[in-house]
Design a protein around this ligand. Sequence first.
Ligand SMILES: [Zn+2]
Length: 325
Amino acid sequence: MAPILGIDLGGTKIAAIVVDADDAPVASISVPTDDRPLGDQLVSAARQALDAAGTEYRPAAIGSGAPGLVDSKAGVLRMAANLAAVDLPLAAIVGDALGVPCFVEHDGRAAAAWLYQQRGGDGSLAYLIVGTGISVAVIVDGRPMRGAHGLAGEIGHVVAVADGPLCACGLRGCLEAVAAGPAVARQVAAAVASGERTSLPLGADAELVYRAAADGDPLAVEVTETVGRFLARAIRGLVLAYGVDRVLVGGGLARAGAPFLDPINRELDRERHASWLARQALPPDLIELLPPDTDAGARGAVVIARSGLRAAGPGERGQREVEDG
Ligand SMILES: [Zn+2]
């Protein structure tokens, strides 16, 4: 195998990693996103990582994970609301600038591919990301699920509460509208405004709410327990729909650690006590919280580049195909 460059395009930063032929990291960088065109930012982050690695680690391919609606076959970022990107040909821009093939994949699916590989590369796995939004990347029997529109995994917009709060997508009662970061902040703001007993200020964000929950603040505990119940039910849905035996959880809210995870596990415990089905489907070690510093995005981009190279075959460059798995 040859060295590979993996790039993870996030909402606020670009992380890039160069690995050697044995997949050992030789250089990694992280830079905040700025006002330049997205393609220029990716190319300059890529060059920065390659400079840090040195000329002996010239990559055979580049992988890039991107948020939003990603057309991995065409190598195009179709739409990323947070990045104001529409139909951006990422693979062509980055690949042409650096003279090596570039493969693009949805960031969650790229990360899941790496996490799957790290855990032995067998069975089925879900990587649930809970932050500003909620999404999941599912690998069933080694195959990442993309779906006909590339929207597989957008469970943030599956109904959690019938006729519940309005979601940013225009529908009501979506999981995101009751259990993502902004929803946590909104619930707390409403309770503070109505005079509920709490140490939290009016503008408390989700991070602060989880810290207050760890300190026993009654409102923070109530809100985070509710969020945990919604997420536990979503996880039960994932397990029953796809037959995954591991659910890895990451994202901004998951960084809170135990105050985030414990309410989910308490709800799953209640379900296990109440139901034979739940006892079968939801083993006690089902959920694994990823450490906050996991660089799954950039590592996942490396996996995508390697599988892209394998699919393209020897001597190919400038491809557009990314193999499933
Ligand atoms: Zn929605």
